[in-house]
Design a protein. Structure first.
Length: 172
């Protein structure tokens, strides 16, 4: 089997990323399930914190409201973008078995849902503040970039460490 140089690896990774991330994004964008999950989990966590928000549907999107404020959960609030990007980088990873990639993807969905719910809850708690827009936008970027990079880094290191420990156990 031919060893790929760094340029060829980059091209292979890019194609793997695009052929995974785009279909995942398109599939998830065609449903309202991601928005519903984000709104439902956020309503549950807000309830645990003592905030009573009702969940309704307005204009095709879930809306959390408490009588004073209403928050519409749109596509970007659902975590679809983050899930799609992680699906792309995980499944495009070279030298990792499909089983490990699939497990990593499933774990990434739970991780993103946790981050996403936390972001929505923190944003809702900042409602009425003068810095709400900044806070909301900052948290979105934080979960989008840092969340994705940290998850992928720790997942990949864990996969590599497990493979290394298996190799050393069998060879020594």
């Amino acid at each position: 089997m031919k060893t790929l140089n760094s340029f060829e690896l980059g091209i292979a990774f890019s194609f793997g990323f695009l052929f995974t991330a785009l279909p995942v994004y398109l599939f998830l964008s065609l449903t309202v399930i991601p928005e519903w999950v984000a709104a439902f989990l956020s309503q549950c966590f807000l309830g645990l914190l003592g905030w009573n928000f009702t969940l309704t549907w307005t204009g095709g999107f879930p809306v959390l409201s408490n009588g004073f404020y209403s928050v519409q959960i749109i596509g970007l609030c659902s975590g679809v973008l983050e899930i799609s990007v992680l699906a792309g980088v995980i499944f495009a990873s070279m030298n990792v078995s499909f089983k490990k990639r699939f497990e990593g993807f499933v774990l990434s969905v739970f991780f993103i849902e946790f981050l996403n719910t936390s972001r929505i809850v923190l944003s809702v708690l900042a409602l009425g503040s003068k810095s709400f827009v900044f806070f909301h936008d900052f948290l979105f970027r934080l979960t989008l970039i840092i969340g994705i990079v940290l998850f992928y880094f720790f997942w990949y290191v864990l996969v590599e460490k497990q493979d290394f420990s298996r190799l050393t156990r069998n060879n020594f």
